[in-house]
Ligand binder design. Structure first.
Ligand SMILES: NC(=O)c1ccc[n+]([C@@H]2O[C@H](COP(=O)([O-])OP(=O)(O)OC[C@H]3O[C@@H](n4cnc5c(N)ncnc54)[C@H](OP(=O)(O)O)[C@@H]3O)[C@@H](O)[C@H]2O)c1
Length: 226
């Protein structure tokens, strides 16, 4: 039976590569993007590679968007077995100076968006006895690394996403695994890690076997400190 994965921010960057790799592994992919036309354009690019993904609109900051999406998909007989919370924003600013609205926005995208998606889709995963949730975190959100960098709202909200991952793993049954991934500094931001390599750990966590880990943070498929 083919599993279905839902990916946020799938229209470009890491999310696009995650969709590509998950699809290549034989899962159905619901590629979501803030704007439907972007989701459709990304799906068309993958179709040129012989891959079929289903484009869908999802702005993770819109209240009620997650349960509405879950109901729309269910009406079409689609249930997410895998959820990848990839959507992200990077806003510069020191903690004492940054506009509080920017901090709130970062938390909407990195914490409340993923949380409402998890609340919309995890109960179904639990009922069906299978689920994989992957939250895309960042080295800038690692408390063990000191939360350094120029973007305080990014640091704080990614650290919170890590905390959400850990907390969820305590509440969810072993059949629903929730982990966080560190993709590394990616080439789309001038970094040394290719998009393919950055997506690898995410896709590995999204397709973990039944005896795989839960409640962990991983870089290059190896455990990392929160
Ligand atoms: N790039 C890196 O070096 C790096 C390093 C560590 C972690 N990460 C994390 O990896 C993830 C992907 O990064 P990336 O470099 O691929 O970022 P990116 O190229 O900037 O793409 C971000 C994606 O998130 C989407 N997005 C933003 N706000 C959204 C919202 N409210 N609702 C739905 N989608 C939204 C964007 O949609 P639009 O196209 O509509 O803007 C876009 O698809 C992020 O969580 C990021 O924090 C990246």
């Amino acid at each position: 039976m083919s599993r279905t994965a839902l990916v946020t921010g799938g229209n470009r960057g890491l999310g696009f590569e995650i969709c590509r790799q998950i699809c290549r592994r034989g899962l159905q992919v619901v590629l979501t993007a803030r704007r439907l036309e972007d989701a459709r354009a990304a799906a068309a690019r993958l179709r040129e590679e012989g891959l079929t993904v289903h484009p869908w609109e999802l702005d993770v900051t819109v209240p009620e968007a997650a349960p509405v999406l879950a109901r729309q998909l269910a009406a079409e007989g689609v249930h997410a077995d895998v959820l990848v919370n990839n959507a992200g924003i990077f806003r510069d600013g020191a903690i004492l100076d940054v506009d509080l609205q920017l901090v709130r926005e970062s938390f909407e995208v990195h914490l409340f968006g993923p949380l409402s998606l998890i609340r919309a889709f995890a109960p179904g995963m639990r009922e069906r006895g299978y689920g994989r949730i992957v939250n895309v975190c960042s080295g800038y959100g690692q408390i063990s690394q000191g939360l350094k960098g120029s973007a305080a709202s990014y640091n704080l909200s990614k650290a919170a996403l890590g905390a959400l991952t850990l907390r969820l793993s305590v509440e969810l049954p072993a059949t629903v695994k929730v982990n966080a991934a560190l993709p590394g500094w990616l080439s789309n931001r001038g970094g040394p890690v290719s998009m393919e390599a950055g997506a690898d750990t995410v896709v590995w966590l999204a397709t973990l076997p039944d005896d795989g880990p839960s409640g962990g943070l991983f870089r290059e498929r190896r455990p990392a400190e929160w």
